[in-house]
Design a protein around this ligand. Structure first.
Ligand SMILES: Nc1ncnc2c1ncn2[C@@H]1O[C@H](COP(=O)(O)OP(=O)(O)O)[C@@H](O)[C@H]1O
Ligand code: SF4
Ligand SMILES: [Mg+2]
Length: 339
């Protein structure tokens, strides 16, 4: 393919839209999403449940449910300066792409292991499915990865899934995910089923793994404090759109979009476990008939006529920090007034 990408870009998503066909109409779960992922970067997708985060990640590896249709976009992937569109890969190329190039650890993935096979067999089967049959070499790599995720490698390698705690299973799954040295690892709410201390431990492990193995991460979470610990860049997803994208400090300390700002000011803390969205009035829109204009306008304190009529583009008035809002100055001004 004749596409060119900057050498450090591993993934470029351009104008991606996905709808789910249902009896009640088309659910517009992803609308015109664009972003880039660089070598060694961790990008977090944040947003409340139902905003379209999982749909984006499933589209990236073409694992969408049957009723989904990709209605626009390109997903360009680069390795050794060769660029391919994931949406145009053959079935054989797609199998290679998953695991070898782009591994995904799903939501609630602790149940991903086959209960009747021990961990060793599951590593060997994964390796074999991708043409790697040297069991001694698989074992060597698996043990070093299990060590990296801070497990007792020998013990875990010969264990059955039911002999491992949820946290151990999740770590084992991370090790399995990188067995074939993918360039990209997608983690969809990887810690959601775990208690808070275990969640932190998993984030530490991920940071270590990324330093040593040098892959890029797409980290999906509704938990902003976890995203902050891992991410270099953060994209806020609302009603299927990326409505803000920037460096982690830009998003957490200088957010420009009222929705991101609302999410940040409603982060639950350990001793004050309030509902995540208490400070944002209303609820997310129905994605079969989303509102005209800015999809956040029914919930936004700054909304005016233009917001109700026209959807603002994701633009970068402030350096590389992008936001889709007609009134970015409002949050900037209120921040200045408070400083
Ligand atoms: N198979 C499906 N059929 C119809 N609608 C779906 C399907 N899967 C997800 N959706 C809808 O698509 C929207 C986005 O869902 P999802 O990507 O799972 O969001 P998130 O991961 O942010 O919670 C939601 O409105 C959800 O109800
Ligand atoms: S465009 Fe208008 S309604 Fe949308 S977030 Fe900005 S101020 Fe609020
Ligand atoms: Mg999800």
């Amino acid at each position: 393919m004749s596409q060119n990408l900057p050498p450090d870009v591993v993934l470029k998503v351009d104008d991606l839209s996905v709808v789910y066909r249902t009896d009640r109409g088309d659910v517009k779960a992803t609308a015109n999403v664009s972003f880039e992922l660089r070598n060694g970067e961790a990008l977090a997708l944040i947003g409340e449940s139902g905003s379209g985060k999982t749909t984006i990640s499933l589209a990236l590896i073409r694992k969408l449910p049957r009723n989904a249709v990709i209605t626009s976009g390109q997903i360009l992937y680069q390795r050794n300066q060769e660029v391919q569109d994931v949406l145009k890969l053959s079935n054989r190329q797609l199998r290679e792409f998953r695991w070898n190039e782009c591994a995904m650890v799903f939501q609630g993935a602790q149940n991903a292991f086959n209960p009747v096979l021990n961990i060793r067999k599951q590593f060997e089967d994964t390796a074999q499915a991708h043409g790697w049959t040297d069991k001694a070499a698989v074992r060597k790599r698996a043990l070093s990865l299990l060590q990296l995720v801070r497990l007792d490698p020998e013990r875990v390698y010969d264990a059955y899934p039911h002999e491992l705690s949820g946290c151990m299973k999740q770590r084992t799954l991370l090790a399995l995910g990188v067995l074939l040295s993918p360039q990209i690892v997608i983690l969809d709410e990887p810690t959601t089923a775990l208690d808070i201390l275990t969640q932190r431990a998993i984030i530490d492990v991920l940071n270590d793994m990324q330093r040593q193995l040098d892959f890029s991460i797409i980290f999906i979470s509704h938990d902003l404090s976890l995203a902050a610990e891992l991410a270099d860049h953060v994209a806020t997803v609302y009603a299927g759109e990326i409505i803000e994208l920037g460096g982690v400090n830009d998003i957490f300390y200088r957010s420009l979009h009222p929705y991101t700002h609302g999410l940040l000011t409603s982060v639950p803390t350990l001793d004050h476990a309030q509902d995540l969205l208490q400070s944002i009035p209303g609820s997310p829109p129905n994605l079969i008939t989303p509102p005209e204009g800015c999809k956040f306008h029914p919930r936004c304190a700054f909304a005016d006529d233009i917001c109700r009529k026209e959807n603002p583009a994701l633009t970068d008035d402030v350096g590389a920090h992008l936001a889709a809002c007609w009134h970015k100055d409002r949050l900037l001004e209120s921040r200045k007034a408070r400083a």
